[in-house]
Write a protein of this length. Sequence first.
Length: 212
Amino acid sequence: MVSTDRLLAFAAMSFLLIVIPGPSVLFVIGRALSQGRRAALTTVAGNTLGAYVLVVAVALGVGAVVERSVLVFTVLKLAGAAYLVYLGIKAVRQRGALHTAFTGDGPTHGSLRTLWEGFAVGVANPKTIVFFAAVLPQFVDHGRGHVTTQMLLLGLVFNVIAVASDSVWGLAAATTRTWFARSPRRLAVVGGTGGLAMIGLGVTIAATGRKD
């Protein structure tokens, strides 16, 4: 099973990625503002289910290849790091997008449709795809065996953190919408800071990891 130090390190890196506003967070925020807290939390549940589908896919597919090939691991790691840097730069340049989410409006949907749409966003989130494909394998202890099980456990840790973080974003959006809507600059600061954090995370990923 995964060692405690690897588990904590993965949890810390997951937290850094999750708290950065990305497609899933923006979607949750939009639902919170247009449809209320219940819709936001239902969206969070859908996002989480979609993200865990990605975990299973990586654990059953990419994990087996990465376990046997340092080259494949390195390529995935560097590609993922580069894409995170790209997303970070894009977030900085488009930091005003958060204001669009906070001032958006839309029709009310049923819970099942809201859950499904949240799932679709979660399973197609490029930030999460890159993280699971390029970062998740780094924290597997190959000496302990059961690589697939370790990945599934680490993915569960990621999703628990994501549920907590995304729920806070959704509830905060529903509670403070008026305060944020009065100042696009406040939201731009949030988006810009998140972009810089994502760039830093990408650089960290590229500089660390398995070398065996």
